[in-house]
Write a protein that binds this ligand. Structure first.
Ligand code: NAD
Length: 515
């Protein structure tokens, strides 16, 4: 592998080079942030948050609409930078931008409803009013990965800002050009330029950011990093939202439309060179359709063109891998599988950063490719006896990000979906669940502790603060039970109002009447 590509993601003499992994060309650089200076950046954003957090939501939305407009004006520049930073086709870069702007548009419309102060009942304190206000945390640290460097950096920033937080963002060191671009865009919106700071560098800068005690950490990355950050944040009890890795299962039931399952399964597994957290990485196929599905998948794979171009109308389906280390991981998984007896039906090799579309069968649970996150253009296909075995094997994993189920009988597909221990299930498609802005996305088990998208995703950036108002009235039960000497009255009220059986309630009423 070319020497310059090996520099990708590595800090050298206080700078990070922008390196195109597909062409091995440097196309810019940015100075890294001194880890020792990160706490003053957090302090600066904490000071800025005092005003922003109190700015009415409609004013925050008005400011953010300027950014929304700017992003539309710069779509082609954004996709060009993403493509150079990652090696993915312009159209795949556009899907990132499309999905992000769709989410942004939903946020602008829905935030007033989702963040609205909510009146709640006061239970037995009949004469009071109670309400819940969603308050921003303060300073949110957004730590992002390289696989979708635009959407996974900007979306949490948007959620954090619209709900009244200020932000210190650290994009991935592997894709610093996208981070630099975002820094430039936010700098162009006067109402936002002092509400966000970007820091640049590797894990050491991320660790300094966590150690600087922001009010919330929102990390998208690997399970290992999520664990390290959670451990470090625990020193200060800083809350952490983790959006982590997966080993998503795809299930093909006996009645599936096999052509569709092959087409959209292959699309999900190979787009973005397989570097997608919710890519199908284990395909469980019911025996009766296994051979036919395998044939259909092979036909789909034969159509795939792998290559690189900066042109918007390029015909390649996917591009280079983004990070040299990821090529090593994929190679290791395939070597391990072959050594343990797997058959590589096609692919299995790479030319520099370009990894062939790879189809693996004859797998066992001892193989890395069947259990660990591969994060590359590899589709492992595993036959199972029936839906029950597919569910059991899909759930036999420490991960639980998302899954897909293919079947024509919608009711059966829904039953299978409901039995899966994951955060989201996509029936008869792959990946697209992330693109529905109102649908929460996130993992169970080791795949994460929080949600992005939807109301649940937005409320990750706020704390529900409770308020209650009202002078104690002398005849209110909540007042009467405070007064010494009222034990039997209080017990009578407790029984009459809350006891589980009629007899106890009636005993309570009698006790009250005796008073
Ligand atoms: P990574 O864990 O290596 O890095 C993520 C970010 O954490 C980077 O910015 C990195 O610099 C930073 N970091 C690393 N060590 C740190 C530390 N000790 N303290 C603070 N920050 C630290 O992940 P990656 O390789 O960039 O991304 C790929 C992973 O992300 C895959 O596992 C993928 O499944 C996962 N992912 C998850 C989602 C999701 O929504 N659940 C989405 C995309 C990617």
């Amino acid at each position: 592998m070319n020497e310059i590509i090996r520099q990708k993601g590595k800090t050298s003499q206080g700078r990070l080079l922008f390196i195109n992994p597909a062409t091995a060309q440097a196309f810019g650089e940015i100075a890294t942030t001194d880890p020792e200076g990160v706490s003053s950046v957090v302090a600066e954003m904490r000071a800025a948050g005092v005003v922003w957090g109190k700015t009415p939501l409609r004013e925050r939305i008005a400011v953010m609409k300027q950014l929304y407009q700017l992003l539309f004006d710069e779509i082609d520049e954004i996709t060009a930078v993403i493509t150079q930073d990652t090696g993915k086709p312009r159209q795949e870069a556009l899907i990132e931008v499309f999905t992000s702007l769709n989410y942004f548009s939903t946020l602008l419309k829905k935030a007033p409803q989702w963040l609205k102060t909510e009146r709640v009942g006061t239970g037995l304190q009949f004469f009071k009013k109670a309400w819940i206000q969603q308050k921003p945390y303060g300073v949110v640290a957004v730590i992002a990965p390289w696989n979708y460097p635009f959407i996974l950096t900007i979306n949490p920033i948007l959620g954090a800002l619209i709900s009244g937080n200020t932000v210190v963002a650290k994009g991935s060191e592997v894709t610093p050009a996208v981070g630099a671009l975002l820094q430039r865009y936010f700098g162009r919106i006067p109402g936002l330029s002092d509400k966000i700071r970007f820091v640049f560098g590797g894990g050491e800068v991320g660790a300094a950011l966590v150690a600087a005690v922001p009010d919330l950490v929102y990390v998208t990355g690997s399970v290992e990093t999520g664990r390290k950050i959670s451990e470090a944040a625990a020193q200060n009890l800083t809350p952490v939202v983790c959006e982590l890795g997966g080993k998503d299962a795809m299930i093909v039931l006996a009645d599936a439309d096999l052509e569709a399952a092959a087409r959209w399964g292959v699309w999900g597994a190979f787009s973005n060179s397989g570097q997608t957290c919710m890519a199908p990485e284990r395909v469980y196929v019911v025996n009766s359709v296994y051979e036919a599905f395998l044939d259909a998948v092979q036909r789909e794979i034969e159509r795939l063109q792998v290559g690189y171009s900066l042109q918007v109308d390029a015909k390649n389906h996917y591009g280079s891998m983004t990070f040299p280390k990821q090529v090593e991981i994929v190679t290791d998984h395939i070597t391990d599988a072959v050594e343990k007896g797997a058959r590589i039906v096609c692919g299995g090799n790479h030319n520099g950063m370009f990894y062939e579309p790879t189809l693996a069968v004859g797998l066992s649970e001892s193989m890395k490719v069947a259990r660990e996150e591969t994060f590359g253009p590899v589709m492992p296909i595993i036959p199972v006896n029936d839906a029950a075995e597919a569910i059991q094997r899909a759930n036999d994993s420490p991960y639980g990000l998302s899954a897909s189920v293919f079947g024509e009988d919608e009711a059966q597909a829904r039953r299978v979906a409901a039995a899966l221990a994951v955060g989201t299930v996509n029936i008869n498609d792959t990946l697209t669940h992330y693109g529905i802005p109102q649908l929460p996305f996130g993992g169970v088990k080791r795949s994460g502790t929080g949600r992005s998208n939807g109301k649940a995703g937005l409320l990750e950036f706020t704390q529900p603060i409770g308020y209650v108002s009202g002078k104690p009235k002398s005849f209110d039960i909540a007042t009467l039970i405070r007064k010494p000497g009222n034990y039997s009255l209080a017990k009578g009220a407790l029984l009459a109002l809350l006891a589980p059986t009629f007899q106890q309630k009636w005993a309570g009423v009698q006790q009250l009447l005796r008073r």
